[in-house]
Design a protein. Sequence first.
Length: 413
Amino acid sequence: MPWKLLRFGVSKKHPEPRMFTYHEKLKTHYDVVIIGGGGHGLASAYYLGKDHGITDVAVLEKGYIGGGNTGRNTTIIRSNYLTPEGVKFYDESVNLWQDLSQDFDLNLFYANRGHFTLAHTDSAMRTMRWRAEVNKHYGVNSEVVDADFVKRHAPMIDLSCSGHAPILGALYHAPGSVARHDTVAWGYGRGADMRGAEIHQQTEVLGIDVQSGKVKGVLTSRGYISTNKVICAVAGYTPRILDMVDIKSPIYIHPLQAMVSEPIKAWLDPILVSGSLHVYISQSSRGELVMGASLDPYEVQSTRSTLDFVEGLSSHLLDMFPFLSNVKVMRQWAGMADMTPDFAPIMGKTPIEGFYLDAGWGTWGFKATPVCGKTMSHTVANDSNHPLITGFTLDRFRNFSLTGEKGAASVGH
Ligand code: FAD
Ligand code: PYC
């Protein structure tokens, strides 16, 4: 055993630097309290410090950072959305992803693979054309391609899908990428810590003190903190926090499951999604196949995973790739997706002064982590919604001005 490793093992002082500082105690006051130590909460803390000089910030996480949907997602990054609001927002996020590894001095394993949304019907081809036109209009690289193009990029595919659902073509989005999810939480966490924010794990928010319509503090499992500004970034736990402040939202929670195979030789470069077969697949840099399907069809707040899911997903996947029949599934899991009726997020100011929402991220929020941090920090620093999120505010449900993104949500329905 190397001497350095032995010395580390027996030392009581942890001689190696930790990713971020451990704070024994909570302070009695912070300028901003962020509920949720997922990518979104940590990115908000990072950009509050970096862009706005606001460093008296606490991120409160009831478990461990990245232990929610950030560490459970399948890491697809893309900007080929359907609405102008969505395309501009996610395009900004894709731009931000490009420099993140360098900003953090941490390898996020960001890998540009290209993303195919397969079309098996004429009406799916029409939606792909629609998306391609909107994307191109806003400078996003997307195009409709034919089945031969798909075959050239994924030679192992059975274009007939075992005769069940022949592939007619696809929306091809060259910028489509994947990254390592937990590193994103660590990178933003370390960056926020270096700028003075405090990260408190094992610290649950149990109540929010609102007086005369204004935030005054939060009650946590480790005591009361006074603050005038709270960001709620808790994904599948959003309805529980909204109950604390008596805000109604149309968010409903469905489990979203995923699974990975044992590592196998590299054979799949791009990311493939089939809305009709309800499957998507990519191959990680370790050789594992990362696979998912649609939401579980029932509303339940649980991260239980099911045999039904593995069977359904495998059978559809084998339609596309029959040669995978002997590959073993290694792991499966679930996250709680906070779904909105129009498949767009809910962001920004709320009827309660000082209470800001970063929610409704359903099955699509990992890719948005950087732009959420940027726009939420701006919104809190200026107490005014960032221009990129004006299509995502809570009051759109009251005003019947939805941002219909369902046609671009990949596997959500
Ligand atoms: P989270 O990472 O869930 O963080 C919220 C945190 O809040 C949690 O850590 C939780 O413990 C904490 N919390 C909750 N309540 C409290 C409380 N009372 N006090 C303190 N802390 C609290 N998106 C994509 O863009 N691409 C994909 O390929 C993709 N695939 C997905 C696959 C699966 C299986 C799942 C489940 C989701 C997927 N998503 C994907 C969606 C994406 O994972 C989420 O939208 C995103 O990670 C949300 O990040 P977050 O930081 O808001 O939430
Ligand atoms: O948003 O691209 C996405 C996605 C794929 C799987 C889950 N979400």
